[in-house]
Design a protein. Sequence first.
Length: 705
Amino acid sequence: MAGNNKTTLRTKGNPRIALAGNPNSGKTTLFNAITGAHHKVGNYPGVTVEKREGSRVRGETSYHFIDLPGIYSLTAYSIDEVVARDFILDEKPDVIVDVLDSTNLERNLYLCLQFQELGIPVIGALNISDEAESRGIFIDDKQLTLTLGIPLIKTVGPKGLGVDELLDCIDHAGEQAFSGRRLNYGDEIESQLETIESAIAADSAFAAKYPVRWLAVKLIEKDSNAYERLQEHPQAEKIETLARDAVAWIEKHFGKDAEIIISEQRYGYIRGAVKESVRIIREPDFSVTEAVDRFIMNRFLSLPVFVLVLWGVFQLTFLLGQYPMDWLESFFGFLSEAILNTMPDTLLRSLLVDGIIGGVGGVLSFVPLIVILFFLLSILEDVGYMSRAAFATDKLLHSFGLHGQSIFPMMLGFGCSVPAIMASRTLKSPRDRIITILITPMMSCGAKLPVHVLLAAAFFPANAGTMVMFIYAIGVILSLCCAFILKKTVLKGDPTPFVMELPPYRAPTLRGILWHVGEKTWLYVKKAGTIILASAILIWAITSFPAYEPPPGTSGGEAEDSVRNVEAALEHSYAGQLGKFIVPIFRPMGFGWKLAAASVTGFAAKEVIVSTLGILYRVGTEETEESEGLRDAIRSDPEMNPLAAFVFMLFTLIIPPCFAALATVRAEIGWKWLGFELVFLLCLGWLLCTIVYQLGSLAGLGALL
Ligand SMILES: Nc1nc2c(ncn2[C@@H]2O[C@H](COP(=O)(O)OP(=O)(O)OP(=O)(O)O)[C@@H](O)[C@H]2O)c(=O)[nH]1
Ligand SMILES: [Mg+2]
């Protein structure tokens, strides 16, 4: 057992240290401070949903740290909790650093007691100690160390305070005796535990694999996973009978559920320990969190406030993004013109201007918008608004058969579907989780935003912002309706109850936000320089070949002839032929062949839609009016009208997300659901868009809008 091992970790090579603890206690912040990583931190429970690894070298020791998702107990319900529990049980780290939220010590120590039953050295990091102190909570760490029998270090994650002491402590973790310091559940329960423990310990191979004490307690707690693990024991049946008899005896004796008795014993012990070592020097005079929550968490106001917050985020994105976006557009316009004026009319010039600048430049112009959107969404996450949003929308989501927690993936979906889909791991019911994953792509992501902005600006210049917001709102309403339908048909079941803590409001850490936004922007730019560049070149090539010979007498230089020739050349090209081949499927939605082609190329990544439109509408513009904007070019397409533009935005919103998001859907819920999602979204997109276009045309909206 670890307690008998007197070698220090420094001599043991590369120790593996798990950072575990309650959700939102600051594990990732501490992990980042120790290892220099920049993983996502947020002020709500469930930010980390998979384990992350990193290392720190000090002297000759390389410390291998593992940041785990937050858990309240070693009995796991949701997938992120299972990840944390399984890592601790199956991979057996050398040390567990239990990251404790000092402002919530009683609840956090509940898990700590369970860690102590594992026979692995435990160190407590009294994190968020700054906030505790400013709230007048003083923790006597020396006294608490004596009571709990584990070393405790005060830390402040964002400032990296206490990290060195923590590493020193890890060095000496192997020197302590742990077997004796465990909670005594009282004579009656202990005698039952003893019988079970000795029966489990009879098989030494099994006992080496699973901590005997922990398993015995979990069997009394009726943890189904513990019973599953017990099946590996050669005497599983006998021990299971022993455990069930013990549970029956305890429940009869105490007149309560065995799990409740165990948790009461733990809390009783914790209360005693906290009473001895925590002093609340003064009540805080004024709590910002309470004052703000009294207003925005008001029963009547919370939902309108939520809508207002989201509306504010998008309005601010457009308002602030407009200027730099225009500058970038002008810059690319200038660049095209410079090339047109200096280079001879060759294929290379066409590739540069029409293919690369028209395709990639169009996508890059939207970078400011993406930066601002991610920045604002990150602030909401960091300030602590996400949990409030979950409360505000809980009732509404419930009426659509969704779980209150589904709001996290949905809101993250406004940024990028990939992390949003992963975030649904925190949902406990598999059904709720599958539904949430299936509807998340309908939340319009950052990559779809450029498409909406482009078309809204081209066809609804007076109300572009409102139009984009309208599309976002349709995404939300559609996803709720789809959740409702799924819940009533393929995924029947009642929503599980919703319990969540509200973290205090915290000032966002600018460094963290900038890093996160910088990373997302870099990914966007990188995508523009790789996938989008490659597809732009490909699309340019299929729009430029085979070469087109204008009929004699029409190449005299007349502007009208020239436009006609360019159009004819496009239609003659492979892209044109392909577009015309597939256009019958898209016609009912009001799309011409160019929109049809852009919809298809958008399958890989939504940004490609903008670059395809950029190429299809820019090809040859140098021969007509000088550097006509893409917006104007689309608007002057005789096949386009405002209704078709609106339907195209709707179609982009609904059709399956990019390959990366689809791969995440597959990884999370498998091929079957991926297939379902693809068919579902394609059929829904086509049907709905056809209905809207046909009805809109009947009502004469095409011309009116
Ligand atoms: N004041 C203060 N805030 C902290 C401290 N450590 C973390 N935080 C904040 O607490 C919040 C949660 O931090 P995370 O590191 O994401 O917490 P986590 O334990 O990894 O959370 P999950 O991954 O959701 O389980 C963030 O807003 C952090 O900025 C601390 O020592 N002091
Ligand atoms: Mg985390």
